[in-house]
Design a protein around this ligand. Structure first.
Ligand code: SF4
Length: 261
């Protein structure tokens, strides 16, 4: 894509502004692909094998073009808002960001979310992997476990449960990092009137936590011999959910563009 094509895409009114900021990035399952600029842009590049190959020069040219256009648009917006980008002290800003990084990483929500994805990785890297592989290879007819899970409400297969858990286990951490980061700093009075990005990110994290707990609930019924480990994962996630709701009391009320409108 060249500069003009990117700019044209940005101005396309069919796209829901900012929808990709508060989604779960699971495009395969998303009902809004036709309204999402991020999806359209990604597809443009993935349709071109050279532009999506990190070892190809075209990939870096495309990336450089996107950065250039982004910078141009940023400069245009800054000018419209009367902000002089040259007056920003980037060294000081960078120092601030390093301090914020430390605060975010040490926040109880982020630490608990990190612990969760480590627990998930440990679960699947441990002795449970052979049993998962055993079931995954079956056609479902010879496995009492698969038959059992198919009778449950919600996700029908073990593959799907594992996919849900895997999809969200790092995602929750990343979204909570963004939420906590959004609470640092000093928002201007104008920004205070708008819904907070930190609440939006916390809402997506909460949705991911809810879905993960539901998936673990089915896993729990499935792997009856590993009940204790699975219960401790559910308990850990439930504790995280309560913490996030406590730190971001308005998160559940956040209206996500497209999804909640
Ligand atoms: S809004 Fe939907 S299509 Fe767009 S990035 Fe998110 S999941 Fe993908």
């Amino acid at each position: 894509m060249n500069k003009e094509e990117i700019k044209k895409m940005v101005k396309n009114k069919n796209f829901i502004s900012g929808i990709y900021n508060y989604c779960d990035r699971w495009c395969e399952r998303c009902a809004f692909t036709s309204r999402c600029m991020n999806f359209a842009m990604t597809r443009e590049y993935s349709d071109d094998p050279e532009a999506s190959d990190i070892n190809n020069e075209k990939f870096w040219q495309s990336l450089s073009e996107i950065f250039k256009v982004t910078r141009e648009m940023l400069e245009e917006s800054a000018e419209e808002m009367g902000i002089d980008l040259d007056s920003i002290d980037f060294e000081e800003a960078s120092r601030d960001e390093t301090i914020k990084d430390k605060i975010v990483k040490n926040h109880i929500c982020c630490k608990t979310a990190k612990k969760y994805y480590e627990m998930v990785d440990a679960f699947f890297e441990s002795e449970y992997i052979p049993s998962l592989h055993l079931v995954d290879k079956s056609d479902g007819e010879n496995s009492p476990e698969v038959q059992k899970i198919d009778k449950l409400d919600g996700p029908a297969t073990l593959d799907e449960l594992v996919e849900i858990i895997y999809w969200y286990h790092h995602f929750i951490y990343v979204k909570l990092m963004r939420s906590v980061r959004g609470t640092l700093g000093d928002p201007s009075e104008i920004l205070q009137e708008f819904p907070k990005d930190s609440d939006g990110s916390a809402k997506v994290a909460l949705i991911a936590i809810d879905r993960s707990i539901a998936a673990w609930g089915h896993m729990h019924n499935y792997f009856s011999s590993h009940r204790d480990q699975i219960l401790s994962l559910i308990k850990h996630l439930d504790g995280l959910r309560k913490r996030v709701e406590g730190v971001f009391p308005e998160a559940r009320n956040f209206v996500r563009p497209g999804f909640d409108e």
